[in-house]
Design a protein around this ligand. Structure first.
Ligand SMILES: [Zn+2]
Length: 411
């Protein structure tokens, strides 16, 4: 499986000087190539394409030796980026997208991302080095924290964001083949917490972190302060910059949390099949009455689709699998008697006439498990699960009948 890891690096002043010089060459190449293409387009000259521009590189290097500072494949990749930018613009344009804009010239302060594809880098124990031929012989060797071990790297890019340098490392990690060990774990992905139940009737809960609560006030304050300034004035730009930085920070904290949480979810269970009740935010937004708070909560716990993506790839690496099933009605349905009742989100406990009293998320998790097992005809596991639940005081009555009838139907 191909994975990408972003690593923040520290560049010494000497390294920074070299990086800036190299990036500047890439920026100029991009701009030159862009101008050439634009002129060709205006004068209707055919044949100015990526291949032509790449073939012209040696000639350019002869004329301006500075361009040979940059590792040659990096320059080629810059031209390829321009080509891709044009292609995506044409594709959008063809579709009739009016917001499609052609590639733009990169401004003076722009740090061009340098992509080292397949070659141009060396990796060792705890370090990574990028090749260059700048007259300063400073080595572009950066420390990679020990926790990252890459077996097969095939691309390294270096980019700058908010005055800090990052490496983006694409590498290969081998997957493990899935083995069905007849163990299942059902998950209810919620806003407040994630609730899991396994066949033994054991529950596990994972609380959600809410970094948005921490960032909400400062960002709102900044925004209102910004909006009181004259638009595009110096102060406005300053506040806008800080505001954006806060938002980026929040986003990265959410992503980080989702990574950690999905790692925990995968590692904490012996089950090789993990069942997720797919929560669709859109549907929830439509049905809820207490909209404002919910909207905010849903938007800010981060993207649930992304969470499922993280879970899926982490499971694959561990030889497990993620199964998504519709969670429709799983929160409304009583897990013991099967009756349904409306469950607005603020109701945290499920109370039923049959005497069942259970945490709302646990109720959904049980329902998700039951649904998966019965949908797939895993009746042995179904009865095992039901009897294990009985020991905890939960009796599954009508579900069993439903299971029986569907059992008759399948035979
Ligand atoms: Zn009931």
């Amino acid at each position: 499986m191909q994975l990408t890891q972003q690593i923040k690096i520290r560049a010494s002043p000497a390294q920074e000087l070299v990086l800036q010089a190299l990036s500047e060459r890439c920026r100029l190449i991009y701009n030159f190539a862009l101008r050439e293409r634009k002129e060709a387009f205006e004068q209707n000259i055919k044949g100015i394409n990526y291949i032509k521009q790449q073939n012209d590189l040696p000639q350019l290097k002869n004329k301006f030796p500075e361009y040979s500072w940059v590792y040659s494949k990096v320059l080629q990749y810059t031209l390829r980026t321009l080509d891709a930018d044009f292609k995506s613009f044409f594709a959008l344009n063809k579709k009739g997208d009016k917001n499609a804009k052609p590639p733009k010239f990169k401004g003076k302060k722009f740090f061009t991302t340098m992509v080292h594809n397949q070659s141009g880098f060396k990796a060792g124990n705890g370090w990574l080095e990028l090749s260059h031929k700048h007259q300063h012989k400073t080595k572009l060797r950066f420390i990679i924290p020990k926790k990252f071990a890459f077996s097969k790297i095939y691309q390294v890019s270096i980019y700058k964001k908010y005055d800090e340098y990052f490496l983006s490392i694409c590498y290969n990690k081998s997957e493990q083949a899935f083995q069905d060990n007849q163990q299942y774990q059902a998950f209810d992905l919620g806003i407040i917490k994630q609730t899991a139940v396994n066949l033994h009737g054991k529950f596990r809960e994972f609380a959600n972190q809410r970094p948005d609560k921490y960032w909400q006030k400062p960002t709102e304050e900044l925004q209102s302060r910004r909006d009181h300034c004259r638009k595009f004035s110096r102060k406005w730009h300053l506040l806008d910059g800080i505001h954006n930085k806060c938002k980026t920070k929040l986003a990265s904290q959410q992503k980080d949390f989702q990574h950690k949480l999905s790692r925990k979810i995968i590692d904490s269970t012996k089950a090789n099949t993990i069942i997720i009740g797919e929560l669709s935010p859109k549907q929830m937004c439509k049905t809820g009455k207490h909209k404002k708070g919910l909207h905010r909560a849903l938007q800010n716990t981060g993207n649930i689709g992304r969470m499922i993506g993280f879970l899926t790839y982490k499971a694959k690496l561990a030889g497990k699998r993620i199964v998504e099933i519709s969670e429709r009605g799983t929160s409304k349905r009583c897990c013991t008697c099967g009756k349904e009742q409306d469950m607005p989100l603020e109701k945290r406990e499920y109370l039923c006439d049959c005497g069942n009293r259970i945490d709302r998320d646990r109720n959904s998790a049980i329902n998700i498990m039951l649904r998966y097992l019965s949908q797939n005809g895993l009746w042995t596991s179904y009865w095992q699960f039901a009897s294990n639940l009985r020991q905890t005081g939960l009796t599954i009555v009508s579900h069993s009948q439903e299971a029986l009838t569907s059992k008759c139907q399948t035979f």
